[in-house]
Every structure is written in C-alpha cells, then in structure tokens.
Design a protein around this ligand. Structure first.
Ligand SMILES: Nc1ncnc2c1ncn2[C@@H]1O[C@H](COP(=O)(O)OP(=O)(O)OP(=O)(O)O)[C@@H](O)[C@H]1O
Ligand SMILES: [Mg+2]
Length: 302
C-alpha cells in the first residue's frame, strides 16, 4: 500500500556526506510515508550505510537536513531515537554478554521516564516501570519468535537470530520508522522468508520501514517503493516494477557505463589514462572494488 497523500514520517532533503575528498552521499532526497516499506539498494560502497548514519545522527551530514514527521532532527543518535526512528546495523551490535531479554530492555530505555535516582533506590515507580518494560520486551520477543531464548546470552544465538534480536531491540523504542541495514545478510532462504513476513508484520502494526538489502528478491517482494543509490547519488526511485526494468539500474549493478551515470566522466578519464599506460597494472584498490561489485552482482542476480 502506498500512501503518498499523507505527510511523510521521514523527509531527507539534500543530504550530502563528505569524508575529506570523498563524497559518499551526494544531495540525496528521500521521503518515507506512513504505512510504507521503502527499499534502498545500490552496489557495494554506494553510500547506503553512510546515508543511514546521516539519518540517525551518527554522522552529521555535510549538507542537508533530516526531518521526522515534519520536524528537523538534531544530528544526535539518542534524540533521533527519542523522536521515533530506530535502526539495526549492518555489523550486528548486540551486548554479547547480556541475555536476549536484557538486550531488548536496553532498547526500551528511551521510553521509560524513571531517572537515575529512581533506578538506584529501586522505588515503587522504578519497579512498576521495570515490570512494564519487561512485559513489553517479552511481547517483542514473542513477535520476533525469540521468546523461548529470552534467558540465553545473545552471543550464543545463531547469526540469523541475532539479526532478529537487533530488530526486537530497535522495536523496543516504539519507533514510527524502522531502518534496517541488510537484515537478511548471512541468513538461509527460510530465515530470509521469515524476515520478509516479520517486516510486513511490523509495517502492519504501524511502523514505516526503510530497508537496505542486496537480496533483490527480498527487496522487490517487500517494498512499495525502491530508491537506487549509485556512487552516492540517487539514480532512480520508483515501484519495484519500474526499478527492475530500468536499464540504468542494471547497468549500475553490472558496472556497465551508461550515459549520464554518476562518476561516468571520472571513470572514462581513468580508463583513457589506463589505456595509455602499458603494461596494465594488476591488483590495486579499484580492481578489488570492481571484484567486490561483481560478487555482489552474482548473488543479487538470482
Ligand atoms: N567513516 C568513514 N570515513 C571515510 N570513508 C567512509 C566512512 N564511512 C564510509 N566511507 C566510504 O563511503 C563510501 C560509502 O560507504 P558505505 O558503507 O556507505 O557503502 P554501502 O552502500 O553501505 O556499501 P555496502 O553495500 O558494501 O555496505 C565508501 O567509499 C566508504 O569507504
Ligand atoms: Mg552498507
């Protein structure tokens, strides 16, 4: 369901992130509306995670702004979470020596009002809040299918369940928008299918979702709309059908040059310079990067 008439939960405007001479994200605009699942795809190194980091205040964008429900967010992770945006990480970030339940309780803290003294003195207010948080955390473990593992240490969970736990922890802050960075990486097909169902269920409960994934089947099954980042720029945005049939997207994944492609001019210059230099150099970062792109394409093309 695409509800483009409602005002967006997320409005990213002209988001740019430079690291020294490298522009990782360049003037990206993106809206996410309530009830939507939006996909963010692009080859390795396209700037997808960097864009998420800009949205969540982990990075202060060099230019541009990020608004949640119409209010511009300060670039501070805890304020972004408090406002209503939660995320998971491409490289799982759980507290390895805490239990599954405790990890979800950590995610709950932005929604509990009990302060430090209350926690230290463990007064009745704290105990009530603690009980309510536990109830909510257990609900989320039920929802994500992890309830029977509540007392396990998170480091002992299989990889796929650690990814689910990250989702449960993110949901604990009651977000209006959930950002997922490669939620099915390392999962088997059954786990991926279950994650797809989980994301639909999250959306159905009223949380909009913005998801980065390399698994194209997952993305095109799931998303109302897909945006494609290539070399930091948004190349195409549209429904799964539109994006799948856009030859610029295919070219970007295949690494084939096309007219007007971001970075095409620079690539042409490099190619011309390389053609003039003999013998041709082997190895090097650019070649490694190209190989990484090829690997991703092979996985994605299925
Ligand atoms: N903190 C940083 N400092 C310098 N460069 C960075 C930093 N973070 C990311 N980059 C660079 O920004 C570019 C985009 O990286 P990013 O991780 O956002 O890509 P991605 O689209 O998420 O790729 P992948 O699909 O491999 O996860 C890369 O060239 C990367 O090396
Ligand atoms: Mg990434």
């Amino acid at each position: 369901m695409t509800t483009t008439t409602t005002s967006p939960v997320l409005t990213a405007t002209g988001v740019t992130m430079r690291f020294g001479g490298l522009t990782a994200v360049q003037s990206v605009d993106l809206d996410v509306h309530p009830g939507e699942i939006v996909g963010l795809i692009g080859p390795n190194g396209a700037g997808k995670t960097t864009f998420f980091n800009c949205l969540t205040g982990l990075y202060v964008p060099t230019e541009g702004s990020v608004a949640y429900q119409g209010t511009v967010l300060p670039p501070k992770p805890h304020l972004v979470t408090q406002a209503g945006i939660a995320r998971t990480f491409q490289n799982i970030r759980l507290f390895a020596n805490m239990t599954v339940l405790e990890n979800v309780l950590v995610g709950r803290h932005t929604r509990t009002r009990e302060g430090l003294w209350s926690a230290l003195l463990r007064g009745p207010g704290f105990k009530r809040a603690e009980a309510a948080s536990k109830t909510r955390a257990m609900e989320l473990l039920e929802f994500t299918g992890l309830a029977d593992k509540a007392d396990h240490l998170s480091r002992n969970l299989p990889y796929g369940e650690q990814r689910k736990l990250e989702i449960a922890r993110a949901l604990a802050s009651d977000p209006g928008l959930l950002l997922l960075d490669e939620p099915t990486a390392g999962m088997n097909p059954q786990e991926t299918r279950a994650t797809e169902e989980l994301v639909f269920a999250i959306r159905d409960l009223g949380t909009a979702v913005l998801v980065i994934e390399h698994d194209m089947r997952f993305i095109f099954n799931l998303c109302d709309r897909v945006a494609v980042l290539v070399q930091g720029q948004k190349l195409v945005e549209g429904t799964s059908e539109v994006v799948q049939s856009d030859e610029r997207v295919i070219a970007a994944y295949l690494g084939t040059p096309f007219e007007g492609a971001p970075g095409a001019e620079e690539a042409a210059e490099v190619e011309a310079a390389e053609a003039g230099a003999a013998p041709r150099a082997t190895g090097g970062a650019a070649q490694d990067e190209a190989q990484r792109g090829t690997t991703a394409r092979t996985e994605d093309g299925q």
